[in-house]
Structures are given as structure tokens and as C-alpha cells.
Design a binder for this molecule. Structure first.
Ligand SMILES: [Zn+2]
Length: 156
């Protein structure tokens, strides 16, 4: 099984309760060298759908933070919410994302993942790291290296 297929299966298993209502493919390539939206956004799960945020979807600014979304319909639906509802949905998305990390070993060092340290959205999944610097290292890796490192980390 190829890594992408494996990740897709794992995502399907891990998402479980999340609503996947968008047509956008989570496997959409971000292109080599293009920074992932997750380096800018505060949330890795969409506050509207619970799916992993997609880098191609427009973001929104809310109370000094950048909010990411999973599909193109979501920012418009977000705009309709009251500030209280936005705050609640964003808090719920932030609370849930820690439980959706797919790896137990850091893809950079091989050490155990610490979800407090760093997480990134990657191809419809959430990847955890052992240290904030590993997340920054990850951001600079080309896509093929990310896949290779994540695949190796998940075999440990
Ligand atoms: Zn690490």
C-alpha cells in the first residue's frame, strides 16, 4: 500500500465522527516549496466541518488569529456566525485536533510526539512533532521528503 493510500485509510479511521461534507480532495498537492497554510493558521481542524484545513482555502482573521478552513464554502458560513459562536467553534476545533495526530513518532527525530510542541496539517492529516523546531524543519522539507519521513516514522 502506498503511503498516500495508507494515510487516506488512517484519516478515514481517525476522523470517525468528523463531518466530511466538502468535495475538495484532501490529497491536493500543495506544490513543492509552497508553504502550507498550517504555518499561518491557528487551527488545524476546520471550525465548520471538523475536517483538516486545506491550504488552498481562504482564511479569516478572528480576534487577532488566522482561522483556516477545510472547504471553500466554509469561510462564507463562518462569516454568518456571531462572535460567540465563532469563539466556541474555534475552541472546539483546537481541542479536537490533538486527538487526530496520526503519528506517535516525530518524523524529524524519531522521538515520541508531543502534541503540545508542534502539529501541522498535511494532506488531510495532522502530523505531530516532538519539538517546535521539528515543525519548522518540516515546513522547509520538499513534499517527497515529508512523505518519506512520515512513512518511516509511522513504521516505528
Ligand atoms: Zn521532533
Amino acid at each position: 500500500m502506498r503511503l498516500q493510500e495508507m494515510l487516506r485509510v488512517l484519516t478515514a479511521a481517525a476522523v470517525g465522527l468528523a463531518v466530511i461534507g466538502c468535495q475538495e480532495s484532501p490529497m491536493e498537492s500543495t506544490g513543492g516549496g509552497v508553504p502550507l497554510a498550517s504555518t499561518r493558521e491557528v487551527n488545524l481542524l476546520c471550525p465548520m466541518t471538523g475536517s483538516v484545513v486545506a491550504p488552498s482555502v481562504p482564511t479569516r482573521s478572528f480576534e487577532g488569529r488566522t482561522v483556516g478552513f477545510a472547504c471553500v464554502m466554509c469561510p462564507g458560513r463562518w462569516d454568518q456566525l456571531s462572535s460567540d459562536a465563532k469563539r466556541a467553534r474555534l475552541a472546539a476545533a483546537l481541542a479536537d485536533q490533538k486527538s487526530m495526530v496520526i503519528n506517535t513518532r516525530c518524523p524529524i527525530t524519531g522521538n515520541p510526539v508531543n502534541v503540545q510542541a508542534a502539529m501541522r496539517a498535511y494532506m488531510g492529516n495532522i502530523v505531530g512533532f516532538c519539538d517546535p523546531t521539528c515543525g519548522e524543519t518540516w515546513d522547509r522539507l520538499p513534499d517527497d521528503q515529508k512523505q518519506a519521513r512520515l512513512g518511516a516514522a509511522m513504521k516505528k
